[in-house]
Structure formats: structure tokens, C-alpha cells
Design a protein around this ligand. Structure first.
Ligand code: GYE
Length: 332
């Protein structure tokens, strides 16, 4: 065969192979090993944004598990805006996806778009955060952490810490997550309830840090200016805000973890490393690894099967009460 003909044959073969591979990828056939996989399922997922290590870990897990289960994922990042999430859900409806999943940035304001999804016959899974509504049947289930319990675990740690240090009075400042979001509301409520009967505890102020590192720093500067050395404890609703606050505390001449008790939530690697250094006292775990449950639930919903209304992952507390050098790598 002449070189020209050989080259042509090679090109035809490559193109054919390329076409077969792209078809397999589109159909989700690249991993056929998972028995429960469904390569015909199209899942629209609207993510809140990329505000934290938690969120980035959550996105990666959803993408990895979609691949693992052979699910075709239409992923949209709302960059912290509810209107972008609403627009994404409308695009999923227009595209006639099989299942919609989303993490609502705040609890209110979803009735119209979710009624449209319901009218289109598309089941909706809430991932991570909840919604608040008077209407029945807009969503099928919630896959996410028990934020109230996280707040309780944070409060109970503080009571044990105050006992061990023999503190008589404890002044707390709270840096909260995004206003009107489920983790903000529940982490605040769980913590408040856990310390309610302990007369040593006073919350000096709760301030909105929006789950952002930059806001954590800003809030901390304000709190230090306002309350100075009367602050005994910082209860921060996520690691990002905690990591933003720490340098400000140090700049003001205090040693975090010693002069001021630091309590955080999430458990990303960076915060765990700082816990190991002794500059954070306690990190309540909130796992971002929800992808497996999301895929399995979406597959069941498409098949018309029943699903559990609420799925909470099991979570733990990391703190200076344990040998922190033994905490395994977190992976996010
Ligand atoms: O704690 C925070 C993130 O909703 C549980 O959102 C999530 C929270 C998480 O940005 O870091």
C-alpha cells in the first residue's frame, strides 16, 4: 500500500475511533463497572458557587460520582446568586432533564421555579441546604448534613472546654454564614440551644460573614475593635471565615487557640492543619461528600422508586481533646 493510502486509512480509523469514544462519553459508558449506573440519566445540578474549600470539594465529589455512576451531568455554577440558580433550573426544565438537583443558597424564594419543575414532571433533589415553603411536594428529598446537630456539637465542646479551664464567665462572638441559609440558621440555633442552660455563656454579638474568608477577616477586625480583650471565644460557621479571622487576631496581639478559644465548622484540610498547630481548638466536621447519595437517589427517582425524605451523613468532632496528629487526610 502506498504511503498516501496508508495515511488516509489511518485518518479514517482515528476519526471512527474518535466518534465512537465521544459517543461513549456522551452516553456515560466510560465506566460500565457500576452495577447501579444509568447511562441514559441526565441530571441537572445547580451549585451555589466556589466560596469555600467545602464547596469546591463538594463540586468535585458530585462530578466524580456522576462519572462513577455513568450519569450525564449538566453542571451550572451560580456564582453566589440566587437568580443564577433560578435561571439554571429553568434551563434544565427546558432541556427536559430527568432529574434536577440543587443546593439552594438561601431558604426562601423557590416556589415559582419549583412549581414549574413539578408541572414539567421533573423530580427535584435538595443537596446540602434546605428550602422553606408553604407548598407541598415541590421537592422529593434532602441530602445534606444535620446543621442543627453541628451547632449542638460546637456548643457541647465549648461547655467541656470551659469546664476543663475552670472558666467562670465566657464571652462569645459568633461569625455566621450566609444570612437566611440553612447552615446559618441551624448552626446558630443548635449552638444557642446547647449553651442556653449554662449561665457562664454570653453571646456578645453575632455578625454575618457570608461564609467568605475576606468577610471573616473584616468581621474579626470589627469585633476586636468593639470588644477588644473581652472576647473569650470565636464560634465561626465555616473554616473559610475562621481562616480569615486568625491573622487579624494575631495582628491584634492575641494568640488564637490560647488567649481566645476558636471553634470552626467544615473540617477541610487547611483548617485541620491549623488545628494540629493549636491555633484552632475545635472543628466540627461537615462532609462535602454527598455525590454518591445524590447519584443513587437520582437513579431511583428516574426509575420511579421511593426515596428517603432526608439523608444525613454521619459527622464527628475534631478537637484539642484528642491526639490531632492521628487525624487522617481529609481530601478537600
Ligand atoms: O459549611 C460552607 C459552605 O452549605 C454546608 O457552605 C455548606 C456550607 C459550608 O460554603 O463552607
Amino acid at each position: 500500500m502506498g504511503t498516501v493510502k496508508k495515511g488516509l486509512l489511518k485518518r479514517i480509523l482515528c476519526t471512527a475511533l474518535g466518534l465512537i469514544m465521544s459517543f461513549m462519553m456522551f452516553a456515560g459508558c466510560t465506566k460500565g463497572s457500576n452495577q447501579e449506573s444509568d447511562s441514559s440519566l441526565i441530571l441537572g445540578f445547580s451549585q451555589i458557587g466556589s466560596e469555600s474549600a467545602w464547596r469546591i470539594g463538594n463540586t468535585k465529589d458530585i462530578e466524580d460520582q456522576a462519572q462513577n455512576y455513568g450519569v450525564n451531568l449538566m453542571f451550572e455554577n451560580a456564582n453566589q446568586k440566587q437568580e443564577n440558580q433560578i435561571a439554571a433550573i429553568r434551563r434544565f426544565i427546558a432541556y427536559k432533564v430527568d432529574v434536577i438537583a440543587f443546593s439552594p443558597i438561601v431558604e426562601e424564594g423557590w416556589d415559582n421555579v419549583l412549581t414549574e419543575a413539578k408541572d414539567a414532571g421533573i423530580p427535584v433533589i435538595l443537596v446540602d441546604r434546605d428550602i422553606s415553603t408553604q407548598k407541598e411536594g415541590l421537592t422529593t428529598c434532602l441530602i445534606g448534613a444535620d446543621f442543627y446537630n453541628e451547632g449542638v456539637m460546637a456548643g457541647e465542646y465549648l461547655i467541656r472546654k470551659a469546664d476543663s479551664l475552670g472558666l467562670e464567665h465566657v464571652n462569645i462572638v459568633e461569625i455566621t454564614g450566609t444570612e437566611n441559609s440553612t447552615p446559618m440558621r441551624q448552626r446558630q440555633a443548635g449552638f444557642a440551644d446547647a449553651i442556653a442552660n449554662d449561665s457562664r455563656m454570653t453571646v456578645l454579638e453575632s455578625i454575618d460573614g457570608d461564609f467568605l474568608k475576606s468577610r471573616g477577616a473584616e468581621c474579626m477586625r470589627y469585633l476586636l475593635d468593639t470588644y477588644g480583650d473581652s472576647i473569650d471565644v470565636i464560634y465561626s460557621h465555616n473554616d473559610e471565615m475562621t481562616l480569615g479571622a486568625l491573622p487579624e487576631i494575631e495582628k491584634a496581639g492575641f494568640a488564637p487557640g490560647k488567649d481566645i478559644i476558636i471553634i470552626s465548622i467544615d473540617g477541610g484540610q487547611e483548617a485541620i492543619d491549623v488545628l494540629k498547630e493549636g491555633r484552632i481548638n475545635c472543628v466540627v466536621e461537615c462532609t462535602p461528600k454527598l455525590g454518591k447519595e445524590v447519584m443513587e437517589t437520582a437513579i431511583k427517582l428516574k426509575a420511579g422508586e421511593e426515596v428517603n425524605e432526608v439523608i444525613h451523613p454521619v459527622e464527628q468532632v475534631f478537637s484539642d481533646e484528642q491526639d490531632t496528629s492521628k487525624i487522617p487526610d481529609r481530601g478537600y
